[in-house]
Design a protein around this ligand. Structure first.
Ligand SMILES: C[S@@+](CC[C@H](N)C(=O)[O-])C[C@H]1O[C@@H](n2cnc3c(N)ncnc32)[C@H](O)[C@@H]1O
Length: 299
């Protein structure tokens, strides 16, 4: 690792860290440098350049060296800082759960758009991980009740911390469950949402270092074709949905059409939603009217 002059100014610290990250082929070298320097100096990113000549203390410079070195070794930024932002809310991160991805914000946005006018919606977030989806929905839908489930106890503990951090723990119930196995088998939910593991087993080893080596394998591996958990959710979820309720799933970029075909067997009005880059990524379908019942508004 190259050396840097001492004591550094804030501006120099950012440029130095950025140059290390460029050499390490980090995807967003400037942004990561800004996050790290901002964290060290306790300055929010948008305000970083207001005092570019601020000098780092010796202790701050030592911390900078350590964090930049570890990020240069491809440790994810979110693990180094211990937090991230999702849907404009603060979340704790740890190696026990997937680092939330920006594209998942579209899943939250889509769910909110369908639930905005629904009084007291009941939502199930399967594979909740750090709880970002459940917490963001509870935060933006103030009378929603959310059930959040995951197989990983350590992920659930993190989700609990995140629910508390965002002031919504009173409206989120956390369950350890293998998909829908321990969830009440009754049509009680207005929405079931999930970002399940969907990477095909053979593709896991080819993922970016930060993902392959630092996200939990349980959060990634979706079985031989990546669709094992998606298939199971699609087959089990409809019986838990209230009439007109919906199932909304995140998939990888090459799965939406297969997932839409699977959903169309048991749900109506199945459609595909694009992510921030305009790529097909999410699939939504609505509960069909039950046989012998006239179509009515959701309870
Ligand atoms: C892709 S991560 C999604 C985490 C979070 N919802 C997000 O969007 O950032 C998938 C999650 O599914 C959980 N998971 C894996 N297999 C599961 C299973 N059989 N039943 C329930 N959860 C499972 C993992 O522990 C992990 O937290």
């Amino acid at each position: 690792m190259c050396s840097q002059p001492d004591p550094l100014t804030l501006r120099d610290a950012i440029y130095w860290a950025e140059s290390i990250f460029e050499s390490a082929k980090i995807d967003s070298p400037r942004a990561d440098a800004e996050w790290i320097v901002g964290d060290i100096l306790s300055i929010e990113r948008p305000k970083l350049y207001l005092k570019p000549d601020t000098r780092l203390t010796k202790t701050q410079t030592e911390r900078l060296r350590k964090l930049v070195s570890r990020r240069g070794d491809r440790v994810p930024l979110q693990h180094l800082l211990g937090y991230t932002e999702f849907f404009s809310l603060p979340f704790l991160c740890s190696p026990n759960a997937l680092i939330p991805r920006p594209e998942t914000e579209i899943l939250v946005e889509t769910a909110i758009s369908y639930l905005l006018n629904r009084p007291m919606p009941r939502i199930l977030d399967l594979c909740t991980g750090s709880g970002v989806i459940a917490v963001s929905l509870a935060h933006n839908l103030p009378d929603a009740e959310v059930v959040a489930a995951d197989l990983s106890i350590s992920a659930l503990l993190l989700a609990r911390q995140n629910a508390r951090k965002n002031g919504v723990s009173g409206r989120i119930s956390l369950f350890r469950a293998h998909l829908l196995s321990s969830i009440l088998d009754q049509p009680v939910f207005h929405a079931i949402v999930a970002n399940p593991p969907y990477v095909a087993t053979q593709d896991v080893s080819g993922l970016q270092t930060e993902v392959r080596d630092f996200d939990p394998a349980l959060a990634l591996d979706g079985g031989p074709d990546g669709l094992t958990l998606l298939r199971q959710i699609i087959s089990e979820a409809p019986s838990l949905l209230l009439e007109n309720g919906f199932l909304l799933l995140e998939t990888s970029h090459d799965q939406p059409h297969r997932v839409a075909d699977l959903m169309a067997a048991s749900l109506r009005d199945v459609s595909i939603v694009k992510d921030l880059t305009g790529t097909d990524r999410f699939v939504v379908g609505f509960r069909k009217p039950r046989k012998g019942h006239r179509r009515s508004a959701v309870a």
